[in-house]
Design a binder for this molecule. Structure first.
Ligand SMILES: *Cc1c(COP(=O)(O)O)cnc(C)c1O
Length: 402
């Protein structure tokens, strides 16, 4: 993770120079993390939605990661960084005929197919253009754990089709199309998993169900794409997946199913810890005995606490020997939804101090709602082998308001 003590002076200088909230990414930390991830016995894709910043893409590309992209905007961004289209997989529930055609024209040959419409569209485009396409059929299983999360968990979602839907389709349609090669299945319904036993249950349930489905449908299952979902311990619950545990679980899965290659598309686990977000305290006050800090930035740049009711780990930029005390963090939006959680910070924290939010390399800037109330957009800064670059300046609302 980003060593904020090591970067202390740089962060102090940046806070002064930028004079607005900013994200700071340590690309050296990212690079060494990706090097270790690449030792896992799987094919790794990076889910671009976690953070599409150019410098992050280039760092991952240099380490041999491939890219899972879900929109034309994401595709153009990875191509702009020189990523080989062979290393791109197109996932996502909304793929129009035109979009599929655009991806194929750009040289993308791998698609996770989420509906029968998508399958027919990709078949017809591949036939017309006479190009060979590899596809994974996305499957949505039913779970009975009584849990929910943003990817649906046991809810019914637009991600893929049920096994029965695919079986029914395969009975009434010819899956054998000369230009379409069905590599296997894709199944991803659980996010931010922290417990290896839970991950083992999920992965084995999926692997067992999808091998059975492949047999029923007469598909040679060469690839099983288990998506993302490896978690980050935002709340210091003391539980986090170690690389050794993940490696052992993958080997176990592979020993059960030696003919099947496993693909993972990692977002959070790949990039969360290479980033921090820094914002200034504007005010401190006590309202009905509740000690609160009002910050310049908040959910307009970091939506996760609002979406999940979980706080990020935080620390204060200015060093302090004061004891920690409980505070509530609020952002600058005129809605009580802009609440970043209850945290422990030095008791002498005051206006003009800066708060550092950790693990914000994933699902930060592009997941947020930066336009609401016309506050300044956050800057994005990279650190790479001693070099600090402001890739995105903090922009005032006048730049984009019409
Ligand atoms: C979001 C997403 C991922 C990445 O999820 P993480 O939980 O961040 O690892 C992977 N695959 C697909 C299809 C996704 O939509």
């Amino acid at each position: 993770m980003v060593d904020t003590l090591h970067h202390h002076q740089a962060l102090v200088d940046l806070a002064k120079e930028i004079d607005a909230p900013f994200f700071f990414y340590d690309l050296d930390v990212l690079q060494s993390h990706i090097k270790t991830l690449q030792t896992l016995p799987v094919t790794l894709w990076y889910a671009l939605k976690a953070n599409p910043l150019s410098a992050i893409i280039s760092t991952l590309d240099d380490e041999g990661m491939r890219f899972d992209v879900a929109s034309i905007g994401e595709l153009n961004q990875v191509l702009k960084q020189g990523v080989n289209p062979q290393n791109i997989l197109h996932t996502g529930p909304a793929k129009s005929y035109e979009q599929l055609g655009y991806f194929i024209d750009q040289g993308v040959r791998r698609f996770a197919i989420e509906s029968t419409q998508q399958l027919q569209d990709v078949q017809s485009i591949a036939n017309e253009k006479q190009v060979h396409i590899d596809v994974l059929l996305r499957v949505q299983l039913q779970w009975h754990d009584g849990e929910k999360n943003v990817l649906g968990g046991e809810c019914v979602t637009p991600f893929g089709l049920s096994p029965n839907d695919w079986i029914l389709y395969s009975k009434n349609h010819d899956l054998d199309c000369p230009y379409i090669n069905i590599l296997g299945f894709h199944c991803f319904q659980w996010g931010n998993i922290l417990c290896i036993d839970k991950l083992e249950r999920i992965w084995f349930t999926i692997a067992d169900a999808l091998h059975e489905l492949a047999e029923t449908m007469g598909i040679d299952l060469r690839v099983l794409d288990l998506g993302g979902g490896l978690g980050v311990d935002y709340q210091h619950e003391g539980q986090e997946l170690s690389l050794a545990e993940i490696n052992a679980l993958l080997l176990k899965l592979k020993s059960h199913y030696p003919q099947t290659d496993i693909w993972l598309e990692l977002g959070r686990y790949a990039v969360a810890k290479c980033g921090v977000y820094v914002t200034k305290v504007v005010d401190r006050k006590t309202v009905y005995e509740r000690d609160m800090l009002v910050l310049a930035g908040g959910s307009q740049h970091l939506m996760r606490p609002t979406l999940t009711s979980q706080a990020f780990p935080v620390s204060r930029l200015r060093e302090s020997s004061a004891q920690l005390s409980k505070m509530h963090l609020h952002g600058a939006l005129c809605t009580s939804l802009d609440y970043l959680g209850e945290v422990q910070l030095p008791s002498d924290t005051k206006a003009q101090d800066h708060i550092i939010f950790h693990y914000t390399g994933a699902y930060g800037f592009t997941e947020s709602m930066p336009f609401f109330l016309c506050h300044t957009l956050p800057a994005e800064v990279t650190y790479n082998k001693g070099l600090i670059k402001i890739l995105r300046k903090a922009e005032a609302a006048g730049v984009w308001l019409k």
